[in-house]
Design a protein around this ligand. Structure first.
Ligand code: F3S
Length: 246
């Protein structure tokens, strides 16, 4: 008989679970609300929320004046919050506390006249949101780009810099970036902002994949976390991705 093991870290991470719960509660209390962007990359959960009266909108311009709007766990750009305020919308900010912390670090760096450096995917909504808290933010996909930037104009190495990572940044990319900052810069504050929920889940998936014959990854096809889980398991055993039991 086949032995089936469920990973201890399986399920929604704390930030996404919190956002879904806030959307559910708001939709019930207000008899409806708008979710700005996809609150979770899982079509089935989104359908359940829609049944409760939470409608998904893709841009601020689709928000109705005075409407209650849920901000997803990835967070949003500062100008989006400003625009919602202008519209008189009521914001329910479900930005994950881990992401909120990075936004605050960038805002603080800005107030102190420092330059925020963000290691992450430049087009990812979380990174675009985090960067928007300072006009001076610079985003680097990885250590090569960071090193190039620092060497291009050596005077940059003595600037006041504040470095943070996208919550889902791959550990190796962050550690190498950190080494470069420590080696080249004289005034860099470095904050490790990687979320452990993701790295722990990936590590557990790899441990299981090394012991098992088949890994079944359950998640949304649009989710980058799900895709990363599949790719870390594939080198070790047969791996398949499913969205539902059916
Ligand atoms: Fe989830 Fe928040 Fe981490 S959304 S992956 S707990 S940064």
């Amino acid at each position: 008989m086949a032995e089936v093991r469920v990973a201890k870290s399986a399920g929604f991470c704390y930030g996404v679970e919190r956002a879904v719960k806030l959307a559910e509660e708001t939709a019930r209390e207000k008899g409806g609300c708008a979710m700005l962007g996809s609150i979770i990359h899982n079509v089935h959960v989104v359908a359940e929320l829609e049944a409760l009266g939470a409608r998904q909108v893709d841009s601020v311009e689709e928000v109705r004046p005075g409407e209650t709007v849920i901000i997803r766990s990835h967070g949003e750009r500062k100008e989006v919050f400003d625009r919602l305020e202008q519209l008189g919308a009521v914001c329910v900010n479900a930005t994950c506390p881990n992401v909120l912390r990075i936004q605050q670090l960038v805002a603080q760096a800005d107030r102190e006249g420092r330059i925020p450096l963000i290691i992450g995917e430049p087009r990812h909504p979380e990174v675009m949101g985090v960067a928007s808290w300072s006009d001076r933010s610079v985003i680097f996909p990885g250590p090569e780009e960071l090193e190039k930037w620092l060497l291009q104009e050596p005077s940059r190495q003595s600037l006041s810099l504040t470095a943070v990572a996208q919550t889902t940044c791959i550990r190796r990319i962050w550690e190498t970036s950190k080494e470069i900052l420590k080696k080249l810069c004289t005034n860099a504050k470095i904050f490790d902002t990687i979320c452990n929920a993701t790295s722990e889940r990936q590590a557990e998936a790899v441990r299981l994949a090394k012991q098992k014959d088949l890994m079944v990854i359950i998640g949304g096809r649009q989710s980058s976390n799900t895709a990363k889980l599949k790719s870390v398991c594939e080198p070790f055993c047969r791996t398949c991705l499913i969205e539902t039991a059916k």
